[in-house]
Every structure is written in C-alpha cells, then in structure tokens.
Design a protein. Structure first.
Lengths: 314, 315
C-alpha cells in the first residue's frame, strides 16, 4: 500500500515538465563528461609530463611543452597527416563522381532497378575489417588481380605474379581502391535519394520550354542537387579522414610508411612504442587541427540543411 | 508529311536502345565489382589448404570443403586432420562471438534508450538549446584515435588510482566489457539522437496535445502515443547502431587486450600472423562476421540513408 503510493508519487514527480526534460539530458551530458571531458583533461595533463609506459606513472616528471615541440618537429606526424588528407581527397572525389553517375543511371524506374540498388548498397554493409582482409586476398601475388592482368603483362615478358602490396604506390592505390569500393555505395545512396526528391514539374517545364537534356541537367537539376552534394562531401570527407582499419588489415602502414595514416601513426606511437605523453600531445594537436575542419563541416551542413528544409516546405 | 515523324522517331528509338544497352553494361560492370570481393571471400572459405593460393587461382573451390568452418568452430581438442599450428590461440571464435554479441547488444540498447528520450526532449522542448543537436554531431566527427588515447589513460590510470584512493582496491576499466560498452554507447549516441529526431519530428504534435488535453499524463502520452508511432524507427535505429558497433575495430583493438576480444579484433590477429597466413579459416571468420550484418543491412536498407547522413537527407 505504502509502496504503491510512493510509486505513484515518483511517477507524478517524473511527469513534471522540468524533471522530464532534464533527466535524459543530464544522463547523456553526464556520460559525455565522464567519458570525454575528464579523459581529455587527463590527456592535457599527461601531455605535459615526460613519461613512457615502461616507468610507473607516479615517477613521471613535469616537462612543460617539450612533447608538443617534439610532435611539431616530427616529420612523420606531418607526413602522415598530409597522406591522410591526400587519401581522403582522392578517395572521396572518386566516390562522389562514381556515386553520382551510378545514381544518375538509376534515377528513373525500370525493370531490375531494385536488384541493382540492393547489390550496389551491399559493400556498405561489409565490416571494414573484412574489406581489408578481402582486398589483401585479391592483391596476393597469385590472386585474382594478377590473373586478370596476366594477359596484358605476359606478352611483355613480365611475370604477372606481382607482390602488389610491396610496392609503395600500388599499396597506396590499394588503400584508396578498398575505400572507394566500400563507400561509393554511400555516396550513391545519398545521390539516389537526392535525385528522387527532385520535383518533376521543373524538369518538365524546362522540357516544354525547349531545353536540351544537358541544359536541364546543368541549369535545373544540378543547382537543385547542390545541398545534397555538399552534404555528401562533408559526411564522406569526415569519415575518410578517420581511415585506420584498412591501413592495419591491408598493408599495416607499409611498405615503409607509404600507407601510414594519421590514426595508424598515433596508434603505433602509443600502443607499439609506448610513448604515452608524446601520443597525448599529438592527439591534442590533432584535435585542435580537426576542430577547424569539423567546424567548417558542421557550418556547411547546417547551412545546406536549412536550404533543403526551405525548399521542402516551400 | 506522314513520313517525317517516323523518320525522326526511328533514330531516336535506336539511340534509346543503344543507351539502354550502355546503361545496363555499366550497371552490370559495377555490380560485378561490388560483389567480387565478397564472392572471393566466400569462395575461399570453402577451399582446402592446397587451393588457398595456387597459380592460376581457382575462382570456385574444386573440392568444396567445410574444413575451414569446422576448424574455427571446433571445441577443445581437434580431431586429427584439423591442424591449428602456429596461431592456435587465435581460434577462439566462440568467445569472440559471445563478446561481440554481448557488448554490441547491451551498448546499442543503452544508447537507444538514452538517445530516444533525449531526442524526444530536443524535439518537443528544445532541451539543451537550439544548437545542441549540432554539438552532438561534433562528437561523431572527432577521429576515434583521438578518443582512444585519452580513454586508454583514463581507464588504465585515472580510474584505478581514484578507486584505490576511495575504496582501497584498484579497479581498471581497461579490457572490460563495461569499459568498451560505455564507449560504444557514447560513440553511437549521436546517431541515435539524429535518427530518432527525424522519426519523432514526424509525429504530429497535435496528437500529443489532444491526449494531454484529455487528461493523459506526460509519461502516459509518451508510452501510449509517441512510442508506438516511433517503434519501427527505434528498431531501425537499433539495427543501424548494432551494425556500427559490430564493425567497430579501432576502439576494440586499442582498449581490450586480451580479455575481451570482439570479432574484428579476432580477424586482425590472424592477419598479423607472421608465418603462414591461414587464408581459409580467415575467410571463414570473415564470412561469419559479415553474414549477420549483411542480412540486417538489407532489412533496413531503406532507412540507411537516415543513419549515414544524420537525417540531413530524407527518403
């Protein structure tokens, strides 16, 4: 009896608007603070120490900004960062182009369209680690890639059993290709929904007024698709900069450092070489650098979302 | 006069047909490219050791065998003929499967519950201010390695030290289900909030308003009116973040060793084996990891766009 009344009072208290609003907010914020803010403050503290994991934490000495200096003067850090941006740039532009073309080919309804869509979307659902493994199988010296290229190589006296991943350039191409294979499906999906949201009246009006196909595409469809394109660029670009899984599975950063992305570089510094305070300093610097990129990305997303909304309602 | 429309239409039809063929040729080409790596993996998983790498490679196993699957799923001592050789320890697929299922299911559920209620608050009351939804998005854009390094130090240093001070025992979250699960919850929360926002925004507020006017309490309205309407959306969201957690590699690799091991980490252990990579069992593990995700993914195909584009694009 008493517990029932208590229960009722609890429900009534929970249903109050201010409580109701605050509980999920506080819980989520609490989780964010506990798992993001506090660790980050700790990282700032550790980045100011001189400490490697082979010594106890308590004996670490304060060293000021020495770690940051070490990171800034470390050529490999900048090289990995640049490499990551190049990989992301190349991969994302290929993905956008291919995704756009594929979506254009499938924009209109025809028999078999659904099957094509299902097949085209399937790479997105394959676990990235498995993609890395799959491509490593394809690139094996006696794998299918060598076999397919054999008729073109053998006439010139080249042994087709090439160790693709031992060549820096080929390894870099492999990484980009694996990324393109997996994520063209996403840009395709985004563009496909963009095409299906195009109002048919405008195209028809342009047709009636005697516009050619190219003119319709260039002057009517492309401007309408601009927000979708920008959203695809930002979302894919942000993800591409995180490239890590394939770098580990496919090439392990090698040969040499040819496919070492920034995430892989940091992982190596901390988990292989145990350079904790160096890694902490590097991750803070990286976060600061990324803050600019993220800010630009979010700004673009918010702006384009507003225009999409506006067109949708108007 | 009568001939002119026909003569202008005939080339048009021919052009149309050419275009039809070109279109299908391109589409089939891409479909083959999209299917090939997965096909090759499945094919390899049925090959016997001698066929893994031969020249020229066999596209289909000449003698299909289940040996690879038997090998990875075998319990305890192996029968003769099933050798595990160098990478004996790496074969613990049952544990990895269980770990993956446990961590992914629980953390996805937690994220779903928290995220749905927060999304409701954001949608109806503007909790956290106008830009809160974008602030949440920022979190998702931070590269995971930048999260992993602080979390490692937090789990392995700060929390043990604090618990030692407070309770006298060292409790480390490094390499525990709780540690990894909480992190998965936090990293997938942005997706949940964004996807659920787009579902909840579609529920007309007038419905709730009517129920409130008729005297229904806030919790009652939420349970009886809003939740049934967004239930399918919650299922889709759950499956989506489950797939994300299932595929997650970096955090699992860096924050759990060797106690908790998820399937992607298990697959990676094989990859780094120096002597004689076991292509066949690896392909079998890859197939086992991919299959459930592929099925779930095809089920929620229509809604994937909502997750991946943060609800920026509606379909």
């Amino acid at each position: 009896m008493a517990s029932g009344r208590k229960h009722k009072r609890l429900v009534a208290w929970l249903a109050q608007e201010r409580v109701f609003r605050l509980i999920p907010f506080i819980m989520v914020e609490g989780l964010f603070i506990a798992l993001m803010a506090i660790p980050f403050l700790l990282t700032i503290y550790i980045s100011l120490l001189r400490w490697r994991a082979n010594r106890p934490f308590e004996q670490a000495v304060f060293s000021g900004l020495l770690n940051f200096e070490a990171v800034i003067y470390d050529g490999e850090f900048w090289a990995s960062l640049g490499r990551t941006f190049v990989f992301a740039g190349v991969a994302v532009s290929i993905e956008l182009l291919l995704g756009f073309c594929l979506a254009m080919l499938l924009a209109k309804e025809f028999a078999g369209r659904r099957l094509y869509i299902t097949i085209f979307l399937s790479p997105m659902m394959v676990v990235p680690v498995v993609v890395g493994y799959n491509f490593s199988m394809i690139y094996v010296d006696s794998g299918p890639l060598s076999q397919i290229l054999a008729p073109f190589l053998e006439p010139f006296g080249i042994n087709p059993r090439i160790r693709w991943l031992s060549d820096p350039t080929a390894a870099q191409v492999a990484i980009v290709l694996a990324d393109v294979w997996q994520w063209t499906s996403l840009t395709f999906l985004i563009f496909l929904s963009g095409f299906s949201a195009l109002p048919p009246e405008l195209t028809r009006a342009a047709q009636v007024m005697g516009a050619s196909r190219w003119q319709i595409f260039r002057r009517v469809q492309l401007p309408l698709l601009k927000p979708v394109i920008i959203i695809a660029v930002v979302i894919r670009g942000m993800e591409a900069l995180k490239l890590f899984d394939q770098s580990v599975l496919l090439t392990f950063g090698g040969p040499g450092t040819a496919t070492q992305t920034i995430a892989f570089y940091l992982w190596r510094q901390v988990w292989q070489f145990n350079k904790f305070s160096f890694g902490a300093a590097a991750s803070i610097l990286l976060l600061l650098l990324f803050a600019v990129v993220i800010y630009v990305g979010i700004y673009l997303l918010v702006r384009e979302r507003a225009t999409l909304r506006h067109e949708g309602s108007g | 006069m009568a001939a002119s429309p026909r003569s202008s239409k005939a080339p048009f039809r021919r052009r149309h047909q050419v275009f039809w063929h070109v279109r299908h040729a391109l589409l089939v080409l891409w479909a083959l490219f999209a299917l090939f790596p997965t096909f090759w993996m499945v094919s390899t998983s049925f090959k016997d050791a001698g066929e893994w790498i031969t020249w020229p490679p066999h596209w289909l196993p000449q003698e299909a065998t289940l040996l690879n699957y038997k090998q990875i799923f075998a319990f305890g001592e192996l029968e003769t003929g099933l050798s595990r050789s160098a990478t004996d320890h790496a074969f613990n697929i049952w544990k990895a499967l269980g770990d993956s299922l446990l961590v992914c299911t629980l953390s996805s559920l937690a994220a779903l519950l928290l995220g749905t209620f927060l999304a409701y608050g954001i949608s109806r009351f503007g909790v956290g201010g106008k830009n809160f939804r974008y602030a949440v998005l920022t979190l998702r854009m931070v590269p995971p390695i930048v999260i992993a390094i602080p979390i490692l130090m937090y789990y392995a240093i700060l929390i043990p030290h604090t618990t030692e001070l407070l309770f006298g025992t060292r409790i480390s979250l490094y390499d525990t289900y709780l540690g990894l699960g909480m992190l998965y919850t936090v990293t997938t929360l942005p997706f949940v909030i964004w996807m659920m926002l787009s579902f909840i925004d579609e529920v007309p507020y007038t419905l709730e308003h009517a129920a409130r006017l008729m005297g229904a309490g806030r919790l009652y309205t939420l349970r009886r009116i809003v939740l049934p309407l967004v239930a399918s959306g919650m299922v889709v969201t759950f499956l989506f973040i489950f797939i994300l957690n299932w595929s997650e590699f970096l955090l699992a690799l860096t924050l759990t060793q060797p106690g908790v091991s998820t399937l992607p980490v298990l697959l990676n252990k094989f990859q780094s084996a120096v002597e004689g990579r076991l292509y066949g069992p690896q392909a079998a593990i890859g197939t086992v990891i991919t299959l459930p995700v592929l099925i779930l993914g095809i089920l929620i195909q229509k809604h994937l766009i909502k997750g991946f584009s943060f609800g920026m694009i509606r379909k």
